[in-house]
Design a protein around this ligand. Structure first.
Ligand code: G16
Length: 543
């Protein structure tokens, strides 16, 4: 049996920690790094099968736990176009990882090959990267062992942001074709973004210095590297990179970063926020982005994924109108249950665009956004991007302009389709997009805040329970279907508040449930979140 001996020999070095059941969650397998060595080895086996199934096209693996604390890590698989692993294969990954013995693992590996008609002698290729977590070192070694055992060609890109790895997967698989995504290197990624940024800006002036909080993660060194590719004689982009300490692992995501800003609804304490200055935060692997500033009188104001999404949809919609393509291209927005109700109203009623709601996880939003010619998708936590269909890109490039203004709109759309990462949410690319839009509109952050909508007061809470997987949802995670009775109790509490909404769901990246509540006032939103959390704790204990 192909690879049986080599897998049997190398899997001995990567023993599963007993007593755990592993599940491919919102963003792959994510947990305490101590549990992940054998999981990563087995994910390597699965990735080699996936590559062989897809005629040897390169599959990506990213080792990261993104916004989680430094002690955690994670492993997720990227499909050939740079999108998340197909969901049917998530189940296969879960099955393979949970094999109870080395013998069962080898048997299942062959069974999967047989069931999916995979020729184990055919070529396979896997490329991978990791964030700055120290545990990443040993995990990539486990991964490499699996790839060597299965005679899979491998490329280790070492330390990358998650979106860079997605970029490299797509660039690798499209090289030499008319759909080539860019040079197959980290430098190629920087060059593509820098060039597209300048073309999209069209000489417009950026409105003041931007301080970028990098969550003490991989985004810090990578953003600094990117900035070297922006020639100062062509653009004045004054960026100060802060919270970029990647030498002390314990400070990763600690009191900083996009997740901190979004969940705490306040600026990181360090550096001390200065009223009127422009700030944004990336998360630990640089795929989420949140902007914020502090008003001298009214205090902290946040621009989360909902606001970035509506800003992008509005700007791109105007360009499409100006390019004379309004009747040709369908533009839509995709959100999750966490989207602020005011943002959904603004997009449907003011921008007059359709909004779809999917479960949490960019894989769901990405898929839904592909239904449109231009699909704008963002989670409220700042994770998202804008997808352009091949038809839309062709229209931007081939529509004969009838006026200089129309040509300008078409050229800007082409530049945006290069600037915006087409594979996954990318904090660096999204930040450049926001800067382009604000420069075109000549908006300060205060203008952005006042010219759009007012958020409904809301609260997001993390609730610890014994077994979060007992909490099951329906209706794009807006309602619990299990444990029985829990949703009825939530409905009863919500009914006591005006203009209120609340839901609870199990996290796919942490061992906890999340509770979200919206209400007419901040106090009521906090009170409602607290009451729903108590319901979750009560049901969590009864299970
Ligand atoms: C990951 C996913 C996101 C999701 C987030 C939280 O983000 O990629 O789509 O919103 O986890 O998920 P959950 O509420 O299920 O824990 P990241 O940035 O941590 O990779």
């Amino acid at each position: 049996m192909e690879h049986a001996d080599s897998i049997r020999a190398s899997t001995k070095e990567h023993n599963m920690v007993p007593g755990h059941v592993y599940r491919y969650g919102t963003a792959g397998f994510r947990m305490s790094a101590d549990l992940l060595d054998a999981v990563t080895y087995r994910v390597g086996l699965l990735a080699s099968l996936r590559s062989r199934k897809l005629s040897g096209r390169a599959i990506g693996i990213m080792i990261t736990a993104s916004h989680n604390p430094a002690v955690d890590n994670g492993v997720k698989i990227v499909d050939p176009q740079g999108e998340m692993l197909e969901q049917d294969w998530e189940k296969l990954a879960t099955q393979l990882v949970n094999s109870r013995s080395d013998g069962e693992l080898v048997e299942l590996y062959h069974q999967l090959a047989k069931d999916h008609k995979i020729d184990l002698k055919s070529p396979a290729k896997v490329i991978y990267g990791r964030d700055t977590r120290p545990s990443g070192h040993t995990l990539v070694a486990a991964l490499a062992d699996a790839l060597v055992a299965t005679k899979t060609e491998l490329v280790d890109y070492k330390i990358l942001t998650t979106p860079q790895l997605h970029y490299l997967v797509r660039a690798t698989n499209t090289a030499g074709t008319p759909l080539s995504y860019g040079k197959i290197s980290e430098v190629g990624y920087y060059e593509k973004l820098a060039d597209a940024f300048l073309r999209a800006l069209r000489g417009k002036k950026i409105n003041g210095r931007l301080l970028v909080d990098c969550a003490n993660g991989v985004g810090g060194p990578k953003l600094k590297e990117f900035l070297k590719y922006l020639s100062s004689d062509r653009v004045a982009f004054d960026v100060t990179v802060v919270n970029d300490d990647v030498l002390r692992p314990e400070v990763l995501n600690l009191d900083c970063g996009a997740d901190f800003v979004k969940t705490r609804q306040k600026a990181p304490p360090s550096p001390k926020p200065v009223p009127g200055k422009r700030y944004c935060s990336l998360d630990g692997d640089a795929d989420r982005l949140i902007y914020y500033w502090t008003h001298p009188e009214t205090g902290f104001f946040m621009f989360d994924g909902d606001r970035i999404s509506s800003l992008a949809a509005s700007f791109i919609g105007d360009l499409v109108n100006g390019a004379g393509l309004r009747d040709d291209l369908r533009i839509g927005v995709v959100q999750t249950a966490y989207a602020n109700g005011a943002s959904t109203n603004y997009i449907t009623q003011h921008l007059k665009l359709p909004v779809l709601c999917t479960p949490t996880g960019v894989k769901h939003l990405h898929h839904a956004a592909q239904q449109f010619d231009i699909g704008v998708y963002f989670e409220a936590n700042g994770h998202g991007t804008v997808l352009f269909s091949p038809y839309a890109i062709k229209a931007f490039k081939e529509t004969p302009p009838q006026s200089p203004a129309q040509k300008e709109n078409l050229d800007t759309l082409v530049a945006l389709s290069d600037l915006i990462n087409q594979t996954v949410g990318d904090a660096i690319s999204d930040m450049l997009l926001v800067e382009v839009i604000l420069a075109h509109k000549n908006w300060s952050l205060q203008d952005w805040a006042t010219m759009t909508y007012t958020d409904l007061p809301n609260r997001l809470v993390r609730v610890e329970v014994d077994d979060k997987d007992e909490f099951q949802t329906t209706d794009a995670e807006r309602r619990l279907c299990y444990p029985e009775g829990a949703q009825r109790d939530i409905d009863d509490v919500v009914a006591k508040y005006k203009n209120a909404r609340a839901f609870a769901r199990a996290s796919g990246t942490e061992n906890a449930c999340r509770v979200y509540a919206e209400a007419a006032t901040r106090i009521e939103a906090a009170e409602l979140a607290e009451r729903v959390s108590r319901i979750i704790i009560r049901y969590g204990r009864n299970l």
